[in-house]
Design a protein around this ligand. Structure first.
Ligand SMILES: NC(=O)c1ccc[n+]([C@@H]2O[C@H](COP(=O)([O-])OP(=O)(O)OC[C@H]3O[C@@H](n4cnc5c(N)ncnc54)[C@H](OP(=O)(O)O)[C@@H]3O)[C@@H](O)[C@H]2O)c1
Length: 281
C-alpha cells in the first residue's frame, strides 16, 4: 500500500483509506471484519464522525481498532452545531470515549456552520495542546473558507480538507485542489464510488475503466481509486462494509496508471466547467 505525507504532519498515511458512513446498517461482525481486513491490507486511515449512526459507528471503529491503535490514523469530525469553543471540546471527548482511545489523529469540522471559525479553531488548538488530537482539519470547505481558516490559524496549522471527489464529480479540481496543493494541505476525497453509484459496464466511461483494468489485471473500481489519488496531495476513503469489497479497494494501493491511461479517464469523465460564481444581488 503506497503511503504519502499527510499535509504538514510528519505522518505517512495510506493513499487508500476506509470510510465508515452508514457502517452501522450492516451486521456488526461483518462490518468489523471488513475494517480489520482493511487494516491488515494497509488501509490504516480510518475516517469516522460523531454524526455516523449518532455515535454508533465510532463505537464500532473503536472495537475494530482495539489492540492495534498505534498502526491506525483515526479521523473523526465534529458536527457544525457542536462546533462552539466548549461544544467542540465536549464533542471530541465524547468521540474519544466511544472510540476507546486517548487521541484522534486528525479532527475535522464536518462542514461550516453558524459558529465563528475562531471558536472552533481555538478549541482544536486547545485539544491539540492537551494531546487529545494530533492535528486538525476541515471538510466541505471552499476556497474562501480555506483562506479564512488559514488567516485565523496561521500557516501550517490546517492539515486537510475532506471533500466530495469521484469520477463524475471533479469540481474540486478547478480551485479547491490547487489551493490545497499550493498551501501543503492534504485533500481527502470522499464518496469515491459516488456513494454507491459507480459507472456501470454498459456506459461509455465504464467501458474505458474496464479496458484499463483488464490491462492491469485489476478492476474498474481499483482503476477509479488510483485515478483519484494521482496527484501527491490526494487521498481517498472508500467505505466497504463487506470484507471482499475492502480487499478489492486495498488492491488499488499499489496500482500504477500510465499517463495515457490517466488521460483516457480524464476524457471519459471530464471535470466540467468551473462552478459559476453567484451574482451579487
Ligand atoms: N466529510 C463528509 O461530509 C463526508 C460525506 C460523505 C462521505 N464521507 C466519508 O467518505 C466515505 C466514503 O463515502 P461513501 O460511504 O459516501 O461512499 P462510497 O465509498 O463512494 O461508496 C460506498 C458504497 O460502495 C460500495 N463498495 C465499496 N467498495 C466496493 C467494491 N469494491 N465493490 C463494490 N461495491 C463497493 C459499498 O458497499 P458495502 O458497504 O456493502 O461494502 C457502499 O455501498 C464515507 O463512508 C465517509 O467516511 C465524508
Amino acid at each position: 500500500m503506497e503511503r504519502r505525507r499527510f499535509g504538514p504532519t510528519k505522518r505517512d498515511v495510506p493513499v487508500i483509506g476506509q470510510g465508515t458512513w452508514c457502517l452501522e446498517r450492516t451486521d456488526r461482525a461483518t462490518s468489523i471484519a471488513a475494517l480489520r481486513l482493511g487494516l491488515d491490507l494497509g488501509m490504516t486511515h480510518v475516517d469516522t464522525a460523531e454524526m455516523y449512526g449518532s455515535g454508533a459507528v465510532e463505537g464500532l471503529v473503536g472495537e475494530a481498532i482495539a489492540g492495534r491503535r498505534d498502526e491506525v490514523f483515526v479521523v473523526s469530525k465534529v458536527l457544525p452545531e457542536h462546533a462552539s469553543r466548549s461544544g467542540t471540546i465536549a464533542a471530541c471527548e465524547a468521540s474519544l470515549a466511544r472510540l476507546e482511545t486517548e487521541w484522534i489523529d486528525c479532527y475535522l469540522l464536518h462542514w461550516r456552520g453558524e459558529y465563528p471559525l475562531e471558536e472552533t479553531i481555538a478549541a482544536f488548538e486547545q485539544l491539540q495542546r492537551e494531546g487529545k488530537i494530533r492535528s486538525w482539519g476541515v471538510s466541505n470547505f471552499d476556497v474562501p473558507d480555506l483562506e479564512e481558516t488559514w488567516k485565523i490559524a496561521g500557516a501550517g496549522r490546517l492539515v486537510c480538507n475532506q471533500v466530495l471527489y469521484h469520477l463524475e464529480e471533479r469540481a474540486i479540481e478547478h480551485a479547491v485542489l490547487p489551493w490545497c496543493e499550493n498551501h501543503g494541505v492534504a485533500v481527502v476525497g470522499y464518496a469515491p464510488f459516488g456513494h454507491g453509484r459507480f459507472p456501470g459496464p454498459r456506459t461509455a466511461g465504464g467501458r474505458v475503466l474496464q479496458e484499463i483494468a483488464a490491462a492491469h489485471r485489476a478492476t474498474p473500481r481499483q482503476v477509479a481509486l488510483r485515478f483519484l489519488v494521482r496527484r501527491p496531495a490526494l487521498f481517498t476513503i472508500p467505505k466497504a462494509a463487506r470484507p471482499e469489497h475492502a480487499a478489492e479497494n486495498a488492491g488499488a494501493g499499489d496500482l500504477q496508471l500510465t499517463e495515457a491511461e490517466v488521460a483516457c479517464i480524464h476524457e471519459a469523465f471530464p471535470p466540467g466547467p468551473p462552478p459559476r460564481e453567484l451574482p451579487v444581488l
